[in-house]
Design a binder for this molecule. Structure first.
Ligand SMILES: [Cu+2]
Length: 215
């Protein structure tokens, strides 16, 4: 049941995801300072008031280079099920797709909005396939052999992404000071706020009466 709700929420949210301005997160300029978690880094503590699951992304308003991912995210196939049902990955960084079942699976991944195919490969038992997403956004993951198998992937250029807790809370640590945009994708809506992060703790609320979402 939770999966059904999640998939519905993501599918709806994806419809407007592409209107997000990605220009700030693509191709960092030479002048962009690398992210460091040193002195002056801030923490962002937020809540999404939405009533359904939310994916939250914190993106810099000015070009910024981020360090590569520390670990390769994995979408596994076990017991005729993709796990996790929603995987957060970095655009431009590799993702591993695995098959730990005793049966052949394939992984068919499409852009949630355009339905454009990212790839479609068969993965035998014990097999691994690595793929690097080139474009931010939501992707739908299916196995054509087992139609009940489905999952979602959210790919973002920023390393600051999260699935909000069931009560809507989310947190980002070691955020460099500066202007950021925080966006929540939830229940077919896109809630967004601009943040001027100075250091310490920055609180943000998305949705409810204070929402400026839907722009
Ligand atoms: Cu399968």
């Amino acid at each position: 049941m939770r999966r059904a709700l999640l998939m519905a929420a993501i599918a709806l949210a994806a419809g407007c995801s592409r209107s997000v301005d990605r220009s700030s997160s693509a191709a960092p300029s030479a002048a962009a300072a690398p992210t460091s978690a040193g002195a002056g880094s801030a923490r962002i503590v937020g809540t999404v008031h939405a009533g359904s699951l939310a994916v939250v992304a914190l993106e810099p308003k000015a070009a910024r280079a981020f360090p590569p991912q520390a670990d390769t995210p994995v979408m596994d196939q076990v017991g005729l099920t993709f796990g996790p049902e929603l995987l957060l990955v970095r655009t431009g960084e590799p993702v591993e797709f695995r098959n730990n079942d005793d049966t052949l699976h394939n992984v068919n991944v499409k852009d949630e909005q355009t339905r454009e195919q990212a790839f479609n490969v068969a993965i035998p038992t014990g097999g691994v396939y690595a793929f690097t997403f080139k474009k931010d956004g939501f992707y739908r993951v299916n196995c054509d052999i087992h139609p009940a198998m489905a999952a979602s992937i959210f790919s973002a250029s920023t390393p600051f992404t999260a699935i909000a807790e069931s009560d809507g809370r989310f947190e980002f640590d070691d955020v460099p000071p500066g202007p950021w945009t925080v966006t929540a994708y939830t229940g077919g809506r896109r809630l967004r706020k601009e943040l001027d992060v100075k250091g310490g703790v920055t609180e943000v609320t998305l949705g409810g009466e204070t929402s400026d979402g839907g722009r």
